[in-house]
Ligand binder design. Structure first.
Ligand SMILES: C[S@@+](CC[C@H](N)C(=O)[O-])C[C@H]1O[C@@H](n2cnc3c(N)ncnc32)[C@H](O)[C@@H]1O
Length: 247
C-alpha cells in the first residue's frame, strides 16, 4: 500500500538526509521545499560539478530510485554482466551493488563524495562486498586497471562536447579488448528541456568510432521519481575492439 501522497512506498533518498519523510508531501513538493530551505543553497537543475551533485544527494535526486534501472536489471538477468565490472558515475550504488550481489568483482566510481558515502552505507546494510571509490570518470587511467563490463546509467549525457570526447578516451584506458560498455542516457525523443542533455543516435555514433563497435542503440525508458515516472532514453551496448594501450 502506498505510504506517500504521490504513491511511492517511500520517497527515494529519504533515508539519506534532507527533508524528513512525510507521507503528506509529493516528490515534487519535497523537491520544491528542498530548493527553498533557508539552511541550504538552491540545488542545481543542470548539475555538472561534484559540488552540484553533492548538493543534490543531500536531498532526493529524481534518478535515485532506490533500485536498479529496469533496463539494467534485464541486462543482468540476461547474463550480460561478466568479469570485472566498473560502474561509472555509480551514484548511490544500485548497479554496482546489483553486480556484486551476483558474485561479480564490482567497482563503482563517482566524483561525488556524498554519493559514495551513501553507496558504502547501502553496501554495509545489505552485506554486499563492492569497491566504491570517489574518482573522476574522465581520468580512469589513474586507476591503472582494466575491466570487462562497464555500466553507465546517466553519466554520458551529463558531459559537454569536450568532456564527452575526454570520457570516451578515458573509457578506452580502462577497458580490456572485447570489453562491453552498456549505457543508458536521455534521448532526443524526450520532449522539453528539463533535466539532462538530450542525446541523438548520431551523437552516440560519432562519439564511439575508432576502437569501438556499436552493437545496439535501442529506445527504452529511464525510471525517475518525479512525474511522469519515466523519461525517454537510449539503451546502448558497445564493444571495445582495441586494447587499453591504443586509446
Ligand atoms: C544522473 S546520476 C546517475 C547515478 C547512478 N548511475 C544512477 O543510475 O542512479 C550521474 C552521476 O554521475 C556522477 N558524475 C558526474 N560527473 C562525474 C565524473 N566526471 N566522474 C564520475 N562521476 C561523475 C554524479 O555525481 C552522479 O552521481
Amino acid at each position: 500500500m502506498p505510504e506517500t501522497a504521490c504513491g511511492h512506498r517511500r520517497h527515494p533518498g529519504a533515508a539519506s538526509g534532507g527533508i524528513p519523510a512525510n507521507p503528506e508531501l509529493t516528490c515534487d513538493r519535497r523537491r520544491f521545499l528542498h530548493r527553498v530551505d533557508a539552511e541550504r543553497p538552491p540545488t542545481p537543475t543542470k548539475p555538472r560539478t561534484s559540488g552540484d551533485f553533492d548538493a543534490l544527494y543531500a536531498g532526493a535526486p529524481p534518478w535515485d530510485i532506490g533500485r536498479p534501472q529496469p533496463a539494467f536489471l534485464e541486462l543482468a538477468k540476461a547474463g550480460e554482466l561478466h568479469g570485472r565490472v566498473l560502474d561509472l558515475g555509480c551514484g548511490t550504488g544500485e548497479h554496482v551493488l546489483m553486480a556484486a550481489a551476483r558474485g561479480l568483482d564490482a567497482t563503482g566510481v563517482d566524483s561525488s563524495a556524498a554519493a559514495i558515502t551513501i553507496a558504502q552505507s547501502k553496501a554495509q546494510d545489505r552485506g554486499i562486498a563492492a569497491r566504491l571509490l570517489v574518482a573522476d570518470a574522465l581520468e580512469l587511467a589513474s586507476l591503472h586497471e582494466q575491466f570487462d563490463t562497464l555500466l553507465d546509467s546517466g553519466l554520458f549525457h551529463i558531459f559537454n562536447d569536450d568532456d564527452r570526447a575526454r570520457y570516451v578516451h578515458s573509457l578506452a584506458t580502462a577497458t580490456k579488448p572485447d570489453a562491453r560498455y552498456h549505457m543508458l542516457c536521455f534521448s532526443d525523443r524526450e520532449p522539453g528541456d528539463w533535466g539532462p542533455r538530450r542525446i541523438t543516435r548520431t551523437d552516440i555514433e560519432s562519439a564511439f568510432t575508432n576502437g569501438w563497435r556499436i552493437d545496439s542503440i535501442e529506445p527504452t525508458t529511464f525510471t525517475i521519481t518525479i512525474d511522469p515516472g519515466a523519461a525517454h532514453a537510449w539503451q546502448v551496448s558497445i564493444t571495445r575492439t582495441s586494447g587499453p594501450d591504443n586509446p
